[in-house]
Write a protein that binds this ligand. Sequence first.
Ligand SMILES: NC(=O)c1ccc[n+]([C@@H]2O[C@H](COP(=O)([O-])OP(=O)(O)OC[C@H]3O[C@@H](n4cnc5c(N)ncnc54)[C@H](O)[C@@H]3O)[C@@H](O)[C@H]2O)c1
Length: 334
Amino acid sequence: MKVLVTGGAGYIGSTTAKALEEAGHVPVILDSLLSGPRAFVRDRIFYQGDVADRALLSRVVEEHPDLDCTIHMAARIIVPESVEQPYAYYRDNVAGSLELFDQLATLGKPRVLFSSSASIYATVEGFEVTEQSPLAPGSPYARTKAMMEAILIDMAAATDLRAIILRYFNPIGSDPDLESGVYVREPSHVLGQLVLAAQGLKDHFTITGTEHPTRDGTGIRDYIHVWDLAKAHVAAVEQFDQALAQQEASSLVLNVGTGSGVTVRELVTAFEKVYGAQVPVREAPPRPGDAVGAYANVDEVRRVLGWSAELSLEDAIASALAWGRRRKEILGYD
Ligand SMILES: NC(=O)c1ccc[n+]([C@@H]2O[C@H](COP(=O)([O-])OP(=O)(O)OC[C@H]3O[C@@H](n4cnc5c(N)ncnc54)[C@H](O)[C@@H]3O)[C@@H](O)[C@H]2O)c1
């Protein structure tokens, strides 16, 4: 199959492109390189441009009339930036995607797989969320995701467009060949901060929030190896029509996580085991807007796509550490 991957120069997009290739498919990358590095595109078919550029999309389809499906991953994704620059986020994520979806329908390319996020869920008792759990997106970024979901569902109900919406939990790690991974210079996410503290580049790792109503008081997440996440896309692309037919639906929402919640303290322990050394830890109050967290109920994705995560938390941490040692070769910076 030939698959258009918007955002295919990004962290998850480049890993998904590799998983598609390994399964015998051909990715076609569309990316503005707003944030994704050129090096992650490698020698793949590549169009540099914006997802809202209808003329460019027409050219892509003209040159690849055999495109079977689009995976729409391109987005602005930095939560604090979305608070400061809501216009850019709503324009690029929401208005841009609206143009993309309409143009795909117009061009007769109706299958859309969309990257949504667990950050749209409200906190629920027990922290396990199903696709029917209440939503309460807590930032402009998360609200763009919730809006795009609603747009896709409405458009799929009214037009030929068909949508599978994947709500990703917390991807970590790299692709198995260490050719792509997290590329931001100073990772702000928890695993990146742990690596910095372990390497002595920061004097300690700070646990923000130790009085949450979780088993040890720290926030809870569902860390999924990015390679497992990439393979969920392959499963969804390959079974796109059957999955929707089985549900008798024009659109479908699926959680993509491991099904296990891991607290920050548990993550630190797992990290120390894989890294082989202790990390200096301090505790601090939660930052404003910090979510307690959630983990995925994965019954639906297992039932509909037959997919489930195969790699462990330790595998993912080891992969992130190995990528950290390798990435300078590919990116040119530590
Ligand atoms: N990383 C996570 O923790 C996470 C969690 C849940 C959901 N997601 C979603 O997964 C998708 C991929 O995330 P990622 O972590 O790989 O991010 P990323 O920033 O590495 O990748 C996004 C890519 O989209 C490109 N892009 C941005 N706006 C564009 C536009 N208007 N037109 C064309 N290209 C554009 C960027 O250059 C980048 O290469 C995003 O939609 C994100 O919201 C990510």
